[in-house]
Ligand binder design. Structure first.
Ligand code: ADP
Ligand code: AMP
Length: 215
């Protein structure tokens, strides 16, 4: 099963992705995670991406397309994959179509997680991530058992540089201008499945499951 998870920053894509990959046994390919790892490691890619990311801007299409082109060649993608945070522009989606065509591969469904703006701001401003394993928490909605410590690995939690309030607004604006048009793009291909992303995390996953079990 080849999937795309669409939605504004903070919609819960990463949260739901964790559940999807565990049930359907496919790898999660998050361009955000790949870029953050590159920034942490100080690679050339990380140096190029850092200023865009911290300003809440999109990294250039050519950079993320290169990442995806390489990643999809890995053997763990042979039985499917979940793209999380890619594509984010029409140009990325069109390039993805070309890459998949050349690979004899195609997307089976695009799940778009819908969350209102105010909820996005609340979620993103309270998001905390583990610096060691990348697990995601929220200070109020899904807090760790001990403040600032990861339940899973004991690592320290941190707030992403791009999760500060001023940057969130910019990211939301960019989502509306550049990423939301992808819903129309995929709807015209009969791939779009919209899911209401507010409320209980497990109930949202149940809705996603019922969609994916039927494709
Ligand atoms: P995305 O990957 O789309 O940016 P995340 O999965 O990181 O979003 O979720 C953003 C924040 O919202 C995190 O702090 C997460 O714990 C929290 N969150 C995710 N889903 C829900 C939900 N259904 N209700 C409340 N908070 C949620
Ligand atoms: P995310 O973890 O998906 O919220 O992404 C964090 C940041 O990484 C974004 O705000 C962008 O700066 C960058 N990024 C991630 N995926 C992409 C993409 N597909 N296109 C451009 N920039 C991206």
């Amino acid at each position: 099963m080849n999937l795309i998870l669409l939605g504004p920053p903070g919609a819960g894509k990463g949260t739901q992705a964790g559940k999807i990959i565990s049930k359907y046994k496919i790898p999660q390919i998050s361009t955000g995670d790949i870029l953050r790892a590159a920034v942490r490691e100080g690679t050339e890619l990380g140096k190029e991406a850092k200023s865009y990311m911290n300003a809440g801007k999109l990294v250039p299409d050519s950079v993320v397309i290169g990442i995806i082109r390489d990643r999809l060649k890995h053997s763990d993608c042979a039985n499917g994959y979940l793209l999380d945070g890619f594509p984010r522009t029409i140009a990325q989606a069109e390039e993805l179509d070309k890459i998949l065509l050349a690979m004899g591969n195609k997307i089976n469904a695009v799940v778009s997680v819908e969350v209102p703006d105010q909820e996005i701001v609340n979620r993103v401003s309270g998001r905390r991530m583990c610096k060691d394993c990348g697990a995601v928490y929220h200070v109020t909605f899904t807090p760790p058992k001990t403040a600032n410590i990861c339940d899973k690995c004991g690592g320290e939690l941190y707030q992403r540089d791009d999760d500060k309030e001023a940057t969130i607004k910019a990211r939301l604006q960019i989502y509306k201008e550049q990423t939301e048009p992808l819903k129309k793009y995929y709807n015209s291909k009969n791939l779009l499945k919209e899911v209401e992303g507010t409320g209980d995390i497990n109930k949202i996953f149940n809705k996603i499951e019922s969609i994916l079990d039927n494709i």
